[in-house]
Write a protein that binds this ligand. Structure first.
Ligand code: HPA
Ligand code: ZN
Length: 346
């Protein structure tokens, strides 16, 4: 759709909910709702230091990335069996379907589980089975991206890769997450080079809290195809030009940035500045159980706070398909579905 038909402002929230979209930045462990944490803790006999679902939810008051990660890793400690991994992913995929997410590329953090004695096979089989079932029963396509934890060593990342390779047909790429500042991308240059040789897609978190320099090294040393977050890039005009010229997607997560105090208010988020600089921005939920909303909440609250337009909604949804790792025919078919919904609203 080259020109977006005029759409009355009062219909924009409904359009945001209805439009088909892809989600490219969702940590599956960050979709684990407190109710599910308690249910799994009970069925697995795992102790958690919170008396109730409400008490756990009240602990979700974060001041920065690390304050969130401490609780996020504690929450993930209830995941033991293949069924747990399946149930977690299935709950997310049902939410995704309800938000008109037609395709999801889902991060998982195997080291969080293998370090507790859970087998790699248990993690990957549970998650993969949910993705397969979603394709058949929900009409949502979903694939997995294995993330290395950057606060651990590159040797640990290599060991994790070795453990995962027997299941290489069940994930499409690798990413880099966890504590950013003090753990620059270059720490993982060798393992990313190996993953590149193996034909895996490459992404990395950079410029969430860390400096623009981390975005440069993620691009130039790790050779990633997308930057996760990347919002700090606006502090470096030369980097902004590079991102625009090379059409490097940024998977922006507005409610995450708000809850982790990257921006003091959603009104002050720089998404409009990134779009105005012609960057390939996408909107994503990051860790929706912890940050107060799934994908449609991210769209609705961001548009309400920053006043983005219907044309920008179309662009963000189309970017989500363009930036995904699906083939050109699938991209075209999702774009046709997007245009059909916009035509209905005109
Ligand atoms: N940043 C880094 N690591 C993470 C995040 C994030 O937003 N969510 C889960 N792990
Ligand atoms: Zn993230």
């Amino acid at each position: 759709m080259t020109s977006i038909p005029p759409i009355p402002a009062e219909r924009l929230p409904q359009l945001l909910r209805r439009m088909p979209k892809a989600e490219l930045h969702i940590h599956i462990e960050g979709s684990l709702e407190p109710e599910l944490i308690f249910a799994m803790a009970q069925r697995n006999g795992v102790a958690i230091p919170y008396a109730s679902v409400d008490e756990l939810r009240r602990a979700y008051a974060f001041t920065n990335l690390q304050s969130f990660l401490d609780i996020y890793y504690a929450g993930a400690s209830v995941l033991i069996t293949e069924r747990d991994f399946f149930d977690m992913a299935w709950a997310y995929l049902e939410k995704a379907r309800a938000d008109n997410v037609v395709h999801a590329e889902i991060f998982f953090d195997p080291q969080t589980h293998t370090a507790r004695g859970v087998a790699m096979e248990t993690v990957i089989h549970g998650l993969h089975r949910a993705c397969e079932q979603a394709r058949q029963q929900l009409g949502v396509s979903a694939s997995l991206i294995l993330c290395f934890l950057r606060h651990l060593s590159e040797v640990d990342a290599f060991e994790t890769l070795e453990q995962a390779l027997p299941f290489q047909d069940k994930f499409i790429g690798v990413g880099l997450d966890s504590s950013e500042v003090g753990h620059p991308p270059e720490k993982f240059a060798k393992v990313f080079a190996r993953c590149r040789e193996l034909g895996l897609h490459l992404v990395a978190h950079a410029g969430e809290e860390g400096p623009p320099a981390y975005v440069w090294t993620a691009l130039d040393l790790l050779k990633v195809e997308r930057i996760d977050h990347g919002v700090q890039s606006s502090r470096d005009p030369q980097l902004m030009r590079r991102l625009a010229q090379d059409r490097i997607p940024l998977t922006v997560c507005p409610l995450s940035n708000l809850k982790l105090c990257v921006f003091p208010k959603l009104e002050q988020h720089n998404i409009r500045e990134l779009l105005d600089a012609e960057l390939m921005v996408t909107v994503n939920s990051d860790d929706p159980a912890y940050f107060g909303g799934y994908l449609n909440e991210n769209f609705e609250q961001t548009f309400a706070a920053t006043g983005l337009s219907a044309a920008q909604a179309w662009r963000l949804a189309n970017n989500s398909f363009e930036a995904s790792f699906i083939g050109p025919a699938h991209k075209r078919s999702f774009r046709d579905r997007l245009d059909a919904v916009f035509a209905e609203f005109a």
